[in-house]
Design a protein around this ligand. Sequence first.
Ligand code: 15L
Length: 292
Amino acid sequence: MKTSMKTILITGAAGGIGSHLRRELAGKYRLRLSDRRTIKPLATGESFVRAELTKLGELLRAARGVDAVLHLGGYSVEGRWEDIHPANLVGCYNAFEAARLCGVKRFLFASSNHAVGFYRRDQVIDHRVPLRPDSRYGVAKAFGEALGSLYADKYGMQVFCMRIGNVNPAPLDKRRLSIWMSPRDMAQLVTIGIEHPDIRFEVVYGVSGNTRSWYDNANALRLGYRPQDDSEAFAAEVLARERPGNPRAETYQGGSFVHAESIPNPSAPARARRRATTKGRTGKKAKREAKK
Ligand code: 15L
């Protein structure tokens, strides 16, 4: 018997947001999970297709027959161009291409607060502000949004870009009080991205209804988003353990991404480039920190 439950391809499903969404969306959609890492065990309603984002053929296999693509995959913090470029530019392009070639109209793109991280913390920004990426990672997210606009205009795809803050059961620090998103609010926004009948190209902020928000999330509200959570409930506890940080990071919404530096001089000898990268605290260590 054919059921009307939609099948959603989630790329990068082994990551943090993917894991939250698997729990939150269970029973609502059939989830086709894809990642370069094996995901197991699988729950009822889940299947797994291994795919490298740099290999279009593998993504085509993953995207065949689905109702929507939720593209979470990629390098998830600031990093070296050699890492960002294949995962977040080539990979993002391949994800859009796979959807287009498989005739999947609905595409949800996990953009990031870092696409606009160079706005100051004393500003409130909406979905129409010019992009101000704070890192190569942020530039890659801006690229993904631009691709989304192209695929909407040129191929009639329905593209929903979520500038996600930080998805976690609780906010981690002072900055995250302004950009926090609870897993259930994330699931609500994703559901709108999948179900709303009127999506052409939309940009929304992936944040809860935080009292300290830096965003005017009017576009998400217009589309029906009603966040259930507010980081303020955690504020006293978070602020009590907060220590002063880098002044530049504290000026801008993107926090440490605005000074995370791993741009080694490309013409310098390889050893110097490696040193600069370590100094810039990118790679595994920084990744662990940013995800804390
Ligand atoms: C992001 O976009 C990253 O993917 C995540 O790892 C966090 O660093 C988050 O932003 C953040 O700004 O907290």
